[in-house]
Design a protein around this ligand. Structure first.
Ligand SMILES: *Cc1c(COP(=O)(O)O)cnc(C)c1O
Length: 370
C-alpha cells in the first residue's frame, strides 16, 4: 500500500435526499474536545438534547431520547420494541421506507398486513379503514414524509382510526422533522423516529425517538425479550434517565455536540418560521422548474417542501445530468429509487440547504447542463 494523503474532499452543494448541509456552528461544536460520556458535564449535554428534542417534536413524552445510529436504527427501535412474534402489524407502504418497515416487522415475527398506495400518492383513508376492519393489530405504522416519492402523508385521520382499533400509531418522521408541521402529542402518535441529517441539518448517525405512555405500557407487558440487545428500550432508557444514568454503550460524543447545536439553531429560528422558509423555497424551485417545463410527480397538495420529486424530461439522460451537476457545479441532487430509477430526480431543500441562493444556483446550473 502506498502513502495515503490527508483527506480532502470537494466543497459540495448538498441538494439531494440527505445528508443536508450543516451550519458552521454545528461543525465547530463537533470540534469541541471530547469529554467522557459519563462525565457530569456530558449528562448536561444529553439533558439539553432531550429537552430540545421534546420541544421540536411538540411532545411532553418523558421517554424521548436519541438512538446512537441513523434513522434506520430508529425505525428498528420502534418496531422491535413494540412487536412480538405472532402480533399483527398494519404497515402502510407508499414508497421505499414503508417497505423497509414491513421488512423489519416481518423479522420481528409479526404478521404483516400491508396497506399500499401507488408510489407518488398518499395512503388512502378508505384503505386503512378496510385493513383495520374486524382486526385489532398491535401497531399501525406509516411514513409521514416519503423521501423516495416526495409525498407528505396526512396523519390525523389515520391516527384516529388507529386509536379506534386499539392499536399504537407508529410514525416515520425522518424527513419531515424540523421541516414541516409535526405534532406528536396533538396527533396521537405513540412511537416516532427521525434522523439528524435531513431537515435538522446535523451530520448523519443519530436518530431522535419518542414513545407515549401507551407504548411504554405495551413495552412493559412484553412476554418475550426484545430480540435486539442494543436497541432494547428497557435497557437503553436508563442510559438517558438523568442522574441515575448507567453505562449501556458509549455515546457518540461529537455527534451529540453537533446535534445540540443544530437543535439550538432550529429553536432560534422558531419552528413556524422554519416551516415557512421550507415552503417558500419549495415555491421558488417549483416556479423555476415549471418555467423549464419540468413537472412534479406528486399532486400539489401532497408535496413535500423539503424533497421535490420531479420527472426527468423526455430525452434527458439522468446520470449524465447528475454527473455534470456534480463535476461542473459541485451540486448534488438525488436520483430515483426502485421503479423511479432513471425517471425521477429528487431535489432536497432540507434544513440549511433550503435556501433561495441554492435554488437559484441549481436552476441556472440545470439550464446549462440540460
Ligand atoms: C432517510 C430516511 C430513513 C433512513 O434514515 P437513515 O439515516 O438513512 O438510516 C428512513 N425513513 C425515511 C422517510 C427517510 O427519508
Amino acid at each position: 500500500m502506498g502513502k495515503i494523503d490527508e483527506m480532502k474532499t470537494s466543497t459540495r452543494v448538498l441538494m439531494g435526499p440527505g445528508p443536508s448541509e450543516v451550519h458552521p456552528r454545528v461543525l465547530r461544536a463537533m470540534a469541541t474536545p471530547l469529554i467522557g460520556h459519563l462525565d457530569p458535564e456530558f449528562l448536561g449535554v444529553m439533558d439539553d438534547i432531550k429537552a430540545m428534542t421534546q420541544e421540536t417534536l411538540q411532545t411532553k413524552n418523558p421517554l424521548t431520547f436519541v438512538v446512537s445510529a441513523p434513522g434506520s436504527a430508529g425505525m428498528e427501535t420502534c418496531l422491535v420494541n413494540l412487536l412480538e412474534p405472532g402480533d399483527e402489524a398494519v404497515i402502510c407502504i407508499h414508497g421505499v421506507f414503508g417497505n423497509r418497515m414491513a421488512e423489519i416487522a416481518e423479522r420481528c415475527g409479526a404478521k404483516v398486513i400491508k396497506v399500499e398506495a401507488e408510489w407518488g400518492t398518499p395512503i388512502k383513508i378508505e384503505d386503512v379503514e378496510r385493513a383495520l376492519k374486524n382486526r385489532s393489530p398491535k401497531v399501525l405504522a406509516i411514513v409521514h414524509a416519503e423521501t423516495s416519492t416526495g409525498v407528505l402523508q396526512p396523519l390525523e385521520e389515520i391516527s384516529r382510526l388507529t386509536k379506534a382499533a386499539g392499536a399504537l400509531f407508529v410514525v416515520d418522521a425522518v424527513t419531515s422533522y424540523c421541516g414541516a408541521e409535526l405534532k406528536v402529542d396533538e396527533w396521537g402518535i405513540d412511537a416516532l423516529y427521525s434522523g439528524t441529517q435531513k431537515c435538522l441539518s446535523a451530520p448523519p448517525g443519530l436518530s431522535p425517538v419518542t414513545f407515549s405512555q401507551a407504548a411504554i405500557d405495551v413495552l412493559e407487558s412484553r412476554k418475550t425479550k426484545v430480540q435486539s440487545w442494543f436497541l432494547d428500550l428497557t435497557l437503553v432508557k436508563n442510559y438517558w434517565a438523568g442522574a441515575k444514568r448507567a453505562y449501556h454503550h458509549t455515546a457518540p460524543v461529537s455527534a451529540m455536540y453537533a446535534m445540540r447545536e443544530a437543535l439550538r439553531i432550529v429553536l432560534e429560528e422558531g419552528l413556524a418560521d422554519r416551516f415557512k422558509r421550507h415552503q417558500r423555497n419549495y415555491e421558488l424551485l417549483r416556479d423555476g422548474l415549471e418555467n423549464m417545463g419540468i413537472k412534479y410527480l406528486v399532486e400539489e397538495k401532497y408535496r413535500l417542501p423539503m424533497l421535490n420529486a420531479v420527472r426527468i424530461p423526455e430525452g434527458v439522460d439522468d446520470t449524465d445530468v447528475r454527473k455534470r451537476l456534480l463535476e461542473k457545479y459541485n451540486i448534488e441532487i438525488g436520483g430515483g429509487l426502485g421503479p423511479f430509477a432513471g425517471k425521477v430526480w429528487r431535489i432536497g431543500l432540507m434544513g440549511e440547504s433550503s435556501d433561495a441562493n441554492h435554488v437559484n444556483m441549481l436552476l441556472a446550473a440545470l439550464k446549462d447542463v440540460m
